[in-house]
Design a protein. Structure first.
Length: 372
């Protein structure tokens, strides 16, 4: 079994790619925490000889620890490393900020994939020559340029084929673009006065957002220009998040949530929370109808609504694993702590959802999602 590159002292080895959404999340975290690491390209050889044999799955990023453990999934990796590097924690200690950070990580990780994928593939004249070459150079780094472009197109077209699964269709595209440009404006207003979401240091919510906002929406040509032209403060936040400088600073005092985050959280409550609740209900139904079966990546389709436009999208059980994080945190609070945040949650639109128990839970075993 291949070990890839041998671990070096206290240095972690990350296998990722610049165009990869979740690689951007982990790369930013490693830099902001100042964790010693090297990044290796996830080329075809790395997949065959290291990533798949050691992780059992074909997803990036993965990280190889100095002890030669291999971990997959950015949230799992980050929580593992937070225990190793507890200083400058990315999890606020105060109740409201901690909950907001977990909600925004879920929003970035699971919902902003929609505009990220749309803007990557919807503007072929601007984006596709760049993207196809990126795919080719990453997977086949030593091959001739014309072969990289050809193979990159074949790989890229496979990813483009996922758009309908995410609910990205001719019907929904105008609403997706409207929602994203409004979100971008709200984020720009927030980052005009704040370096990060909750103060002078990034929280887990910042790392949830940086994945889509860097790899696709900042780095790809068309959406990158859109961001720099219409939301320059968001672009500068992206640049802060991806810079090699470790973060040093504090979250806002007194558990303060800036008012500028209110429209962003309300957008999540309006668009994303109904999908999470619907996914939870359908997952319970699937379990009843498929006793003893392995959990697939999707379990049918359901309706979602953005900017008043409804469309169908795949039901993805993994989103419940992410939703369990803010849900479990809220449910772990004392009655007094809940009382201190319940009116805030009610005003935003989260209170009912956070008080809706899950009848079916999921967990990760050997990097795969299973019913709990």
């Amino acid at each position: 079994m291949s070990k890839g590159f041998p671990p070096v002292d206290d240095t972690y080895i990350m296998y990722g790619a610049e165009f990869s959404l979740y690689s951007g999340k982990l790369r930013s975290y490693l830099r902001k925490k100042g964790i010693p690491h090297l990044e290796r390209l996830s080329n075809l050889r790395a997949y065959k000889q290291f990533i798949v044999p050691r992780s059992g799955v074909r997803f990036i990023p993965v990280i190889q620890t100095p002890d030669d453990d291999v971990i997959q999934d950015t949230t799992v990796i980050i929580d593992y490393l937070e225990k190793k590097y507890p200083d400058q924690s990315i999890y606020p200690k105060t109740t409201k900020q901690h909950l907001a950070a977990l909600l925004l990580e879920t929003f970035g990780d699971e919902w902003l994939v929609i505009p990220a994928m749309h803007y990557r593939w919807a503007f072929p004249d601007k984006n596709q020559p760049f993207i196809y070459l990126e795919f080719g150079k990453t997977f086949f780094p030593n091959w001739p340029g014309f072969v990289q472009k050809f193979m990159g197109r074949k790989l890229g077209d496979k990813f483009r084929g996922f758009l309908p699964m995410l609910g990205i269709t001719e019907k929904s595209v105008p609403a997706i673009e409207s929602s994203y440009t409004r979100l971008l404006a709200d984020l720009d207003h927030h980052f005009e006065d704040c370096d990060f979401l909750l103060g002078d240091a990034p929280c887990i919510g910042d790392f949830g957002l940086i994945g889509p906002l860097y790899a696709h929406l900042y780095r790809d040509p068309y959406p990158g220009q859109l961001m720099r032209d219409t939301a320059p403060h968001v672009a500068r936040w992206v640049e802060r998040m991806i810079s090699p400088d470790a973060a040093a600073g504090d979250f806002f005092a007194d558990d303060r949530i800036p008012e500028s985050l209110t429209p962003i959280l309300k957008r999540m409550a309006k668009e994303h929370i109904p999908v999470l609740l619907g996914t939870a209900a359908r997952l319970s139904q699937w379990r009843s109808n498929n006793a003893g079966e392995s959990l697939p990546r999707t379990i049918g389709n359901h309706q979602f609504t953005v900017e008043g436009v409804s469309e169908q999208r795949a039901i993805m059980p993994y989103s419940i694993w992410m939703w369990q994080r803010p849900l479990d945190y809220y449910q772990s609070l004392s009655e007094q702590e809940k009382y201190s945040v319940d009116q805030w949650l009610e005003d935003l639109g989260f209170k009912a959802a956070l008080n809706t128990p899950l009848s079916t839970r999921v967990k990760r075993v050997n990097n795969k999602l299973v019913l709990d």
